[in-house]
Write a protein that binds this ligand. Sequence first.
Ligand code: GLN
Length: 303
Amino acid sequence: MDLEQILHEITQDMATRPDRGRVANYIPQLACIDPDQFAISVCLADGTQYSCGDADMSFSIQSVSKVFALALALGRVGDHLWTRVGREPSGQAFDSILLLEQEKGRPRNPFINAGAIVTTDTYLEGHSPAEALGGLMRFVREAADDEDIHIDDSVARSEIATGHRNFALAHYMLSHGNLRHAPDLTLGTYFHQCAIAMNTAQLARAGRFLMNSPDLVRMLSPGRVRRINALMITCGQYDGSGDFAYRVGLPGKSGVGGGILVIAPGQASIAVWSPGLNHYGNSHLGTLAVETLARDTGWSIFG
Ligand code: GLN
């Protein structure tokens, strides 16, 4: 298998696709991103990395940040987190409020917005938002082995001004006693977390701690890594998680910035980026690209 060749062919193929999906427009700062961009990057367990396309273009990682937030929150409070958030796929859109009423303010999983807001509320405990975000950035920079990763404040502010659904979710959970801080405090932190900007090569490196490869420096216990991967495959693409598992067969976490972090356990950490989204809010070409990569490498966890 010539991985470099596979990535090159995928990048060439994606450049010719007429249907590139639609960029997220509910966050004004993301609406103006050029949908013609594409990048893919793969870090192997032996430390080698291959990248193709616009791999040094920075983008808003959005909900991919929920994986790092979850790792941080689990490190802080351990399994106590599960008293406030479930571990089941929701079968609903990422910003849905539907099940929250039925389930008395306890979100289905940590990757839908409601669950991620509770996760942020958890790592915020005992800290100011600046301290909490500082802790998250330390985690992300250490994972990527790169100090040059920052939060794009203009994206965060754009969401603070328009994120009415997230405010609704936070207030609803607060009414059930499942938020410890004022909604503007938790959401201010959550929006800044989503506004972390990285390029595709950095994101692939930041995902290496989820590979559970014995030669990698571990930032989290193997048991936790295994369970985060389980949540990624069942819930990581919201109501598109079943389709993603069927097509790609690997744990992944998407964001509305068009990035997807995908893990081939023990083998590789993969990042892909293309800003146009499918109707689940996941990168359209990104999904197609990792589907091809999983097929050509045989990396699907289902053999
Ligand atoms: N910041 C975005 C939101 O809360 C994240 C959503 C996403 O990437 N799916 O709406």
